[in-house]
Ligand binder design. Structure first.
Ligand SMILES: Cc1cc2nc3c(=O)[nH]c(=O)nc-3n(C[C@H](O)[C@H](O)[C@H](O)COP(=O)(O)OP(=O)(O)OC[C@H]3O[C@@H](n4cnc5c(N)ncnc54)[C@H](O)[C@@H]3O)c2cc1C
Length: 550
């Protein structure tokens, strides 16, 4: 409840600005916001819910006056990386979810301009209602994730527009001082190409505001993809460990020359099993051994490594791409299947006879494939979230909330050269290390760009089991150390890793100078991707000196 003493100073300015209903002290709500998918200790004294950019500006001015740091989130579902929990202690949460307008849409030039509260579900619905011929790109996370929140972390999805930061521009940014700037050409009043042309003229600033604490993005344009004439998904599997490097090397030329336009995913057997079911508690003890996993592979018919991707274009272009994919993977995979809308419908109708003839359980496969095929066309899904309940003893609820349900989840996301041998080495290191720590190694290798692979590794556990938080964090730290020692750095970080980002080099010092210049009072997301902290060591990330405790 909002108690009367909280309505007096020092919160008075915020209350006057936002109204009592939009400054939240309710302990249930603040402690929910203090909960992530791993152990954290940061406290959140209250939550602010501004309704528009002007209120965000004023919130920052008040924060500067009072010396109270703010931590912005858009939808706050940064699961596995810290959820809504701030990097530093005692930050007020600035929840931007009420700013949920789609402020511009252009079908011909294929873009949309959104506020932070606009979610994947919201945009998808918006496009459908308008019978738009444009696709958005969707991540595998909740449909209720913010488009801006994800782009701020430089997240990715599954269509040819999968690299989100590469498909956004024209940011409206509130600086820590409360001033507001626009990036690219949008900074010129009356500019005709603000949402269309990223670079503007002069130094380009967009990158400064992603994975940083230099500003709050209150508006952003997102480019949308014209729906192609035809899309065909492909799925393959291979039985041997050694197939991985051959497959990656075979796909590289096709990714580089544009035959493969979207992110292709190659998942290990553990990752596939977690997409199908929870931990088999009746027949095994964690961690699920390689031997037991082999049994599941045979029974459920998936491979040691399992790939999925899609081909986009005219029918003729897709036919040619299919020929090239077939040729590239010939002799390297055990099974390669192509599917489109029509074959999916047919499969649903003829699943039983098909199984009798080929032995392949199409009905079950279709259940798994449908949401993936949707993601390949920018349709968000909730289905993928069930994998976070892998070690839970009860099934995933209809409405999934990983923080509330105490799902343990830590992501580690190193980027590798698009090279088979390196992929195999990282996979081997990860599997051996995670099994030794007592966790199933869930790995998917994504051909993220023409030249790189993102290894998306999750440590998935049950936070209700005593000791597991500590064990999982040990495993995570060990894995991150081993990977960074070998030169594989994660494309984004969880709140637990930001302090460990090594400062001391000139790049870090430059960022630090910018932070000092833009945010001398340290009121915006202290510690977020901050490699070096003013006034002392990394320990200060959780206890900044200028902080006023409320
Ligand atoms: C099963 C599962 C699958 C997932 N699949 C994917 C996937 O395919 N791709 C992917 O990218 N991620 C994935 N995720 C991770 C994560 O859930 C998503 O990245 C999600 O989009 C991030 O949360 P959000 O959108 O709610 O952003 P938020 O939590 O709102 O924002 C993320 C961070 O960005 C900063 N921020 C937010 N808004 C602003 C702003 N307006 N201005 C400045 N800074 C801001 C904050 O520091 C915040 O902590 C997955 C997670 C799970 C559990």
């Amino acid at each position: 409840m909002n108690s009367p003493e909280h309505r007096t100073s020092p919160h008075h300015d915020w209350t006057a600005l936002l109204g009592t209903e939009n400054i939240i002290f309710n302990r249930d709500l603040t402690s929910a916001a203090e909960t992530a998918t791993f152990a954290t200790h940061q406290s959140i004294p209250f939550i602010l819910r501004p309704a528009n950019r002007e209120q965000v500006q004023e919130c920052l001015r008040i924060a500067n006056r009072l010396g109270v740091p703010l931590y912005p989130v858009s939808s706050g579902k940064n699961w596995g990386y810290g959820s809504r929990v701030p990097v530093a202690d005692s930050c007020a949460l600035l929840d931007l979810g009420r700013m949920d307008r789609i402020v511009d849409f252009n079908e011909e030039l294929a873009y949309v301009t959104v506020e932070p509260g606009v979610t994947q579900r919201h945009l998808h619905q918006f496009l459908r209602e308008r019978h738009s011929k444009l696709w958005m790109d969707a991540t595998g996370s909740s449909p209720d994730c913010s488009l801006i929140g994800n782009a701020m972390e430089r997240g990715f999805g599954h269509t040819p527009y999968s690299d989100h930061f590469a498909h956004v521009c024209g940011f409206e940014v509130v600086l820590p001082s409360g001033e507001c700037i626009h990036t690219g050409f949008a900074r010129f009043p009356g500019a005709r190409t603000g949402p269309l042309y990223r670079w503007g003229v002069g130094p380009s600033l967009d990158g400064l505001f992603t994975q940083s604490n230099l500003g709050i993005v209150t508006r952003m344009s997102i480019w949308l993809m014209p729906a192609p004439e035809y899309v065909q998904a492909f799925f393959f599997r291979c039985g041997e460990d050694s197939a991985l490097s051959r497959v990656i090397d075979a796909l590289r030329p096709l990714r580089l020359d544009g035959t493969l336009r979207s992110a292709i995913h190659v998942a290990n057997d553990y990752k596939v099993l977690a997409g199908i079911q929870q931990f088999p508690w009746q027949s095994a003890e964690p961690p699920l051994s390689r031997g037991k996993m082999e049994g599941f592979r045979k029974k459920l018919q998936f491979g040691r490594w399992n790939g999925s991707g899609a081909l986009y274009g005219t029918r003729a272009q897709v036919a040619e791409a299919r020929r090239l994919v077939r040729k590239a993977l010939a002799g390297k995979v055990d099974k390669l299947k192509f599917l489109d809308e029509r074959t999916m419908r047919m499969a649903a109708r003829f699943a039983k006879p098909y199984r009798r003839i080929t032995g392949w359980d199409l009905a079950r496969t279709m259940q798994l494939v449908k949401p993936v095929f949707g993601l390949m066309q920018g349709v968000p899904t909730e289905k993928t979230l069930t994998s976070a309940y892998w070690r839970k003893r009860t099934p995933a609820p209809a409405s999934m909330d990983l923080d509330r349900d105490r799902c343990g989840l830590l992501w580690c996301a190193p980027v590798l050269p698009l090279d088979g041998e390196e992929a195999a080495q990282v996979a081997d290191l990860t599997e051996t290390l995670m099994l030794a720590h007592g966790f199933e190694p869930f790995i998917s290798l994504t051909l993220l760009t023409e030249r790189t692979l993102a290894a998306i590794i999750s440590i998935t556990y049950d936070r209700d089991v005593p000791g597991e938080d500590r064990k999982a964090m040990e495993c995570y730290r060990n894995l991150m150390d081993r990977l960074t020692q070998r030169g594989y750095h994660s494309y984004r970080l969880g709140i637990q890793s930001m302090a460990a980002m090594n400062g001391g080099n000139e790049y870090s010092r430059l960022i630090e100078s910018l932070k000092q210049m833009l945010d001398p009072n340290g009121v915006l997301a202290p510690g977020r991707y901050q490699m070096r902290v003013p006034h002392g060591s990394a320990a200060n990330l959780v206890e900044l000196p200028q902080r006023r405790r409320l």
